[in-house]
Ligand binder design. Structure first.
Ligand code: TXA
Ligand code: MG
Length: 311
């Protein structure tokens, strides 16, 4: 057993905040049953109170500690994809604090697939914890951190001395989880991620419905996931620009290569660190060449379109 993780679980139970790695991005965790901790998450992130938090669970067994009237297809989905990068938004039990759910009657739940996160959740549960609320560990509207150093850079000065940042290395996926609105008869994707519509369709055996904003998610805001640099898509980079693209695109003279990925999976992994580097270098403009295809490319496109809609 890892002492640092045990200390972190204890800190959470004492109402402190712990940033931790997941397979998608780093989260800023607090005990989802502790009102003071939840309020601090919103303060540290600078996040409006009406934007709900995802509650992270140690295992599928905790679903019914939060969710009410769970459709059968959700049971099939979590059987197939938990632990993993799928967040299901389901009706909440009355007892669930509306602070966590941003005042909505639904709650977002997921079991992360990362050894350190799982150990933390198991220790936390052994201490009587039921769920860790954790938004991405960045200031509101900014790029999610995919390394512990990025968490420190984003939130270090807003954290207290007793809060902790666990370092689990770079995140394997690099983009936030798929968010699935499961409050209706059929699911709808509210935020695309590594679990794709095709994968979901295969499990539920029926088509998804279009997401009509039945639930409110900040990741759906037109401008989100944005660096300070201006992001433009599929343009010819000029000298002084940053470039994020697959390796098949070469780097013109004077252009700063930020991401050179072998395939869309590596593109996703490196995207946010590339945007951070653009800001660290003080670049004014970043050109991103969107990867083609379905799968993770759709999630990359979604994030880059939001990042580029700032100007
Ligand atoms: O991969 C991830 O999902 C990461 C890691 C840390 O798990 N977390 C993450 O959290 O991206 P956050 O808070 O940055 O984004 C979660 C999104 C927000 O857009 C929020 O509005 C939405 O999930 N969400 C959470 N609970 C919801 C609910 N009950 N109804 C609608 N949207 C919800
Ligand atoms: Mg976020």
């Amino acid at each position: 057993m890892n002492d640092e993780v045990l200390r972190a679980a204890e800190a959470l139970r004492e109402g402190k905040l712990v940033a931790f790695p997941t397979e998608t991005v780093y989260g800023l965790g607090g005990d989802a049953s502790n009102t003071t901790a939840i309020k601090r998450i919103f303060a540290v992130k600078g996040r409006p109170a009406d934007h709900p938090l995802i509650v992270h669970l140690a295992s599928r067994d905790y679903l019914d500690a939060w969710a009410d009237k769970v459709p059968n297809y959700v049971r099939d989905l979590i059987e197939a994809f938990w632990p993993g990068p799928l967040t299901v938004v389901v009706r909440k039990l009355d007892a669930v604090s509306s602070l966590v759910t941003g005042g909505q009657d639904s709650v977002g739940l997921r079991v992360p697939n990362h050894a350190l996160a799982q150990e933390l959740l198991l220790q936390f549960s052994a201490l009587g914890g039921v769920g860790i609320a954790a938004p991405s560990a960045n200031r509101f509207g900014r790029v999610s951190p995919t390394a512990a150093s990025a968490v420190r850079e984003e939130l270090g000065r807003f954290l207290d001395e007793d809060d902790l940042i666990l370092d689990g290395g770079p995140c394997a996926i690099g983009l936030e989880s798929t968010i699935l609105d499961c409050t209706g008869d059929r699911p709808a994707i509210a935020r695309p991620g590594a679990i794709t519509a095709d994968m979901i369709r295969e499990v539920v055996g029926q088509n998804l419905v279009p997401f009509l904003g039945r639930i409110r998610t900040s990741g759906m805001l037109p401008s989100h996931y944005a660096p300070r640099a201006k992001v433009v898509l599929d343009e010819e980079p000029k000298p002084g620009d940053g470039l994020i693209a697959l390796a098949i695109f070469s780097t013109p003279p004077g252009v700063v290569r930020l991401v050179e990925a072998r395939d869309p999976l590596e593109y996703a992994q490196k995207l946010y660190e590339g945007m951070r580097e653009a800001d660290a270098l003080g670049l004014r403009r970043v050109v991103a060449i969107l990867p083609e295809g379905s799968g993770i490319s759709l999630a990359i496109k979604d994030r880059l379109e939001r990042a580029s809609s700032k100007s």
